[in-house]
Write a protein that binds this ligand. Sequence first.
Ligand code: FAD
Length: 193
Amino acid sequence: MCPLRSNSSMPWIPNGSSRLFERRSFRNLSSVPIQTSPPCLSASCRPTSRGHIRLRSPDPEAHPAITANAYSTNADIEEMLAAGKILRQIMAQPAIAPLVKEELRPGPDVVTDEAMIDDIRSRSGTVYHPSCTCRMGPDPASSVVDRGLKVHGVGALRVIDTSAFPNITSGNTNAPAMLMGWMGAEAVLRDAR
Ligand SMILES: Cc1cc2nc3c(=O)[nH]c(=O)nc-3n(C[C@H](O)[C@H](O)[C@H](O)COP(=O)(O)OP(=O)(O)OC[C@H]3O[C@@H](n4cnc5c(N)ncnc54)[C@H](O)[C@@H]3O)c2cc1C
């Protein structure tokens, strides 16, 4: 949300950026001195917006159409707006404010809700956790695989990876992906016995 220029050397390093969905402007951090510019970032760990992934053609080699659909709900926008305000409150606290020389982005002039939302929409990115595109669930209308990770209506086909998560995890996805693999492998072995 708001990279800052600090008054002293600080050990934080700006995050890299991912671009699953297009930004209206690219966040160029290369002009920001790394040692002196701690980023304060907010992340929506439980987004309510839902994207989709669709086949473009019967050709299995053809890339699918991926629509992240980020910020398509007011709840997600309101959450990030509140987070941006809280970040500024935190950085204004007496314990940390003396260390901060200036807010670089979006900058002190960006104060109205409208301007902050515009900034959120233009500079946000995703972290590396796309998941749930073949989500697990009992209803074939709203899910792809059943609780045994079998594709609804296709007896001998399983999906065993993060795409089968019923919902995205709040934390990082690698450990749950390993658990999914472990439990899926056990289910395959169970069926084979
Ligand atoms: C840059 C980056 C950094 C990350 N950092 C972290 C982190 O710090 N902590 C964390 O917890 N998570 C992190 N993640 C997320 C984590 O790596 C993933 O959630 C996890 O690897 C997902 O596991 P998966 O098995 O679902 O998919 P993948 O690990 O993507 O595995 C899919 C496999 O399927 C193979 N494959 C694809 N298509 C085919 C095909 N047609 N035929 C055969 N094989 C195919 C691919 O080659 C790949 O080996 C990061 C992800 C990225 C991209």
